[in-house]
Design a protein around this ligand. Structure first.
Ligand SMILES: Nc1nc2c(ncn2[C@@H]2O[C@H](COP(=O)(O)OP(=O)(O)OP(=O)(O)O)[C@@H](O)[C@H]2O)c(=O)[nH]1
Ligand SMILES: [Mg+2]
Length: 208
């Protein structure tokens, strides 16, 4: 079997856990709290012993593969907040702004140790910086470090445990329709690409 999925979702951890439970052996795959820890397809790892009737079950770990299209900016922010993309891709203050929006939807009281309820990310990060001593020379709040710290705390489950997606029957239906549409437009794009290549090779066969 092959284990595939988005970066940093726990594929290698799952492989290690299945091996531990199945054949009582220790960790073989590297794991870590950043995307891109696994860099290539691993060798097969036995997770169920064989017997006279079967050869057992083997598992292969793979590097995370990011979705080819992210439908909108908010989905990208959610993925980044969950650690699917490297933290250098989106500015920490932008991510913290989105986290603040989500925490406010859930319950502003979850950050009451660091800041008063607010919708203003600058005000929020300034308060966090002062509260946690993240200050630069001259007492200037280090908003970037404060943003990264808050994001990390949220990822560790220390700022409320809630789902970023709003899940209702209506939303699920819309999502299903959107992905269906995406599938057919992807197929259309592939067909158009194939046609173009065919036309081109007809015009200049030596280039094909
Ligand atoms: N809370 C929680 N954390 C988990 C779980 N499984 C894995 N993790 C953590 O999630 C992080 C990523 O785990 P990995 O197993 O390295 O994820 P991956 O999918 O192999 O990541 P890439 O190889 O980078 O694509 C690590 O910090 C794990 O400790 C889980 O079930 N619950
Ligand atoms: Mg991995």
């Amino acid at each position: 079997m092959m284990i595939v999925g988005m970066p940093n979702v726990g594929k290698s951890s799952l492989l290690n856990a299945l091996r531990q439970v199945g054949v009582h052996k220790g960790k073989v795959a590297h794991t870590g709290a950043q995307p891109g820890v696994t860099r290539k397809i691993g060798t097969t790892v036995k997770i169920i012993e064989g017997d006279e009737n079967s050869e057992g079950v083997y598992l292969m770990d793979t590097p995370g593969v990011f979705v080819p299209y992210v439908p909108n900016a908010e989905s990208m922010l959610k993925l980044a907040l969950c650690g699917s993309v490297k933290d250098t891709i989106i500015a920490p203050t932008t991510l913290a702004d989105y986290l603040l929006y989500q925490m406010n939807l859930y319950d502003p009281a979850i950050y009451s140790d660091y800041a008063s309820p607010t919708n203003d990310v600058t005000e929020f990060l300034n308060a966090v910086a002062h509260k946690t001593g993240r200050l630069q020379k001259g007492g200037i709040p280090d908003v970037e470090a404060s943003a990264l710290w808050m994001i990390q705390r949220w990822r560790n489950g220390q700022l409320g445990r809630f789902v970023l997606d709003e899940i209702t029957a209506e939303i699920l239906e819309r999502e299903r329709r959107d992905t269906e549409g995406l599938g057919s437009s992807l197929n259309q794009a592939r067909r158009a690409d194939k046609n173009m290549k065919r036309q081109r090779s007809k015009r200049s066969p030596e280039a094909a």
